[in-house]
Design a protein around this ligand. Structure first.
Ligand SMILES: *[C@@H]1O[C@H](CO)[C@@H](O)[C@H](O)[C@H]1NC(C)=O
Ligand SMILES: *[C@@H]1O[C@H](CO)[C@@H](O)[C@H](O)[C@H]1NC(C)=O
Ligand SMILES: *[C@@H]1O[C@H](CO)[C@@H](O)[C@H](O)[C@H]1NC(C)=O
Ligand SMILES: *[C@@H]1O[C@H](CO)[C@@H](O)[C@H](O)[C@H]1NC(C)=O
Ligand SMILES: *[C@@H]1O[C@H](CO)[C@@H](O)[C@H](O)[C@H]1NC(C)=O
Length: 321
């Protein structure tokens, strides 16, 4: 009994080693997953990592965010839907348009509040926020607005943002049509001012109705604002996005091995999509195969064999060879 076991062990170990070599050989060649697995177009806008239009593609921080509706790219947040005018991958910026916001040509206000404003889910906040150089101009806010409460040191949180503020905005032709051009003191002690300019950092949520405002405008500057005034600003919401530092290494390794970066739709962890299997690291490491959601026989068997081999090794069969 003991003798036959001793004979069997080296053979078993050799067989397992051979199987292991096979299992390692296939994925070690890397994957060759088509870039179009997750990249897509909506109208003339490219949607690519970290964004995606397919579940499981892109980074989890941007899941359930973009939708392509009639060749128009839309971004959905708790505060509403925005048209995406541009995705700037080099500078990590999105340019959004809210049709219900005021600009230099038209003031859009109603007592109940007009426009989406900008409110991000708390879990998404680390990944997506309006650019520090984006100014929100809150219009017709009531004296009881939270904007004007709780700022004992500075009477008002209103101020110029990147050279853009209410003083210049009051020069817009929109006020002629509105029929009442506010005079002066945008940042004085007059409460409530007709307009209050704030940066995202000052309030962290632009909920027009909660702030008891009648409407808002938003503008951003990509280059230093020249002296042309509010007529020369770009109107819209400029949003910056960020990814965790560790993601850069993960995604770089995934791509270098022929994979496409994505995420697990349930755990939301990073996944490298390697074709017929998924990896939690990259397409060269079959040891990191993610439990497959769909049937993936190849990857599952490879993982099983590796597990088997590992248990064989730890029971000491190698030492007996
Ligand atoms: C990847 O696949 C494409 C098409 O399936 C092929 O043209 C290309 O040569 C392949 N690249 C590698 C590195 O195998
Ligand atoms: C997309 O097309 C519109 C006009 O249809 C144009 O204004 C815009 O600049 C284009 N965007 C890109 C990213 O090419
Ligand atoms: C905005 O504020 C209103 C009133 O406080 C609230 O009912 C609503 O849920 C808020 N919207 C968002 C997107 O937070
Ligand atoms: C805001 O900008 C306007 C126009 O450039 C300028 O006249 C005003 O002094 C600025 N206000 C503050 C508080 O910096
Ligand atoms: C790999 O992950 C993607 C995205 O989560 C999923 O759609 C796909 O079904 C997974 N494939 C396997 C083989 O588990």
């Amino acid at each position: 009994m003991a003798k036959s076991m001793a004979l069997l062990r080296p053979r078993l170990a050799a067989a397992l080693l051979a199987l292991c070599a096979c299992a390692m050989a296939a994925p070690a060649a890397g994957a060759n997953v088509s870039i179009t697995t997750c990249r897509s177009f909506c109208g003339n806008i490219t949607v690519d990592y970290p964004f995606a239009l397919h579940a499981g593609c892109g980074h989890a921080g941007f899941r359930d965010l973009l939708y392509c509706i009639d060749r128009t790219l839309m971004l959905h947040l708790p505060s509403g839907s925005y048209r995406v005018l541009d995705v700037d991958y080099a500078y990590r910026g999105l340019t959004l348009h809210d049709p219900a916001m005021s600009d230099c040509r038209a003031i859009d206000r109603s007592p109940g509040g007009r426009g989406n404003g900008f409110v991000v889910e708390p879990w998404r906040a680390p990944f997506l926020a309006p650019d520090p150089d984006n100014v929100f101009l809150l219009l017709g806010c009531r004296a009881s607005s939270p904007l004007f409460q709780g700022f004992p040191d500075r009477h008002l949180p209103c101020r110029n943002v990147s050279g853009m503020g209410c003083g210049d905005y009051y020069g817009c032709p929109a006020w002629d049509d509105y029929g009442r051009r506010p005079s002066g003191a945008a940042y004085g002690s007059a409460v409530p001012p007709e307009c209050c300019a704030v940066s995202w950092g000052a309030i962290r949520a632009v909920n027009v109705s909660r702030l008891q405002c009648e409407g808002y405008s938003s503008a951003y500057s990509l280059a230093p604002v020249r002296a042309e005034g509010a007529g020369g600003w770009a109107y819209g919401i400029r949003v910056a996005w960020a990814l965790p530092e560790a993601n850069r290494g993960f995604c770089g390794a995934c791509r270098a091995t022929g994979g496409v970066c994505g995420h697990d739709v349930e755990s939301h962890g990073d996944l490298c999509l390697c074709g017929d299997w998924n990896s939690t690291s990259n397409c060269d490491s079959s040891a990191d195969a993610a439990p497959s959601s769909a049937a993936a026989p190849g990857a599952a068997i490879a993982a099983l064999l590796l597990a088997l081999l590992a248990s064989g090794l730890s029971s000491g069969s190698i030492a007996n060879m």
